[in-house]
Design a protein around this ligand. Structure first.
Ligand code: SF4
Ligand code: SF4
Length: 137
């Protein structure tokens, strides 16, 4: 029989995070039920871990554009296009004023820049950020 202890430990840790009520209820129920199987514990653990990823502070997720000021011509396309008001125009140049408002994995403004001044981190960086958290259980 699979060892249940690692899942029980992980579930107790996950309770410290913000979780939807139904997930929290299930985790609490399983922790108080000695008859819970390793499979049930592992499933609950994965679900709770996924939810903690979704509630991870946006400020700690590195996903936003970067403007190369040496290339920017100040055409304003990025500023006009972004519905999230991520960019600001000042002194004839664009800059990233509100990076935390950028939609994670959106990069639609980059190809609009005629100067090639807008870049994003590789999408793999975000998936690498998620992986250890998803694999906690
Ligand atoms: S990627 Fe999308 S949300 Fe982010 S700055 Fe560009 S247009 Fe705005
Ligand atoms: S689209 Fe490119 S060149 Fe135009 S303002 Fe934005 S960063 Fe600068």
């Amino acid at each position: 029989m699979a060892d249940k202890q690692p899942y029980l430990d992980a579930l107790r840790e996950l309770l410290a995070y913000e979780l939807p009520p139904d997930v929290r209820e299930r985790v609490t129920f399983l922790l108080g039920n000695p008859g819970a199987s390793a499979y049930e514990l592992r499933s609950a653990c994965r679900r709770a871990a996924e939810r903690t990823v979704l509630s991870y502070p946006r400020s700690e997720i590195v996903w936003h554009p970067t403007v190369d000021a040496a290339l920017c011509t100040g055409c304003g396309r990025c500023f006009d296009f972004c519905p999230q008001q991520v960019y600001e125009m000042a002194d004839g140049l664009s800059s990233v004023k509100r990076p935390e408002r950028c939609v994670i994995l959106c990069s639609e403004c980059a190809p609009l820049c005629p100067a090639g001044a807008v870049t994003f981190p590789p999408q793999t960086s975000y998936h690498e950020f998620l992986k250890p958290r998803e694999e906690e259980c």
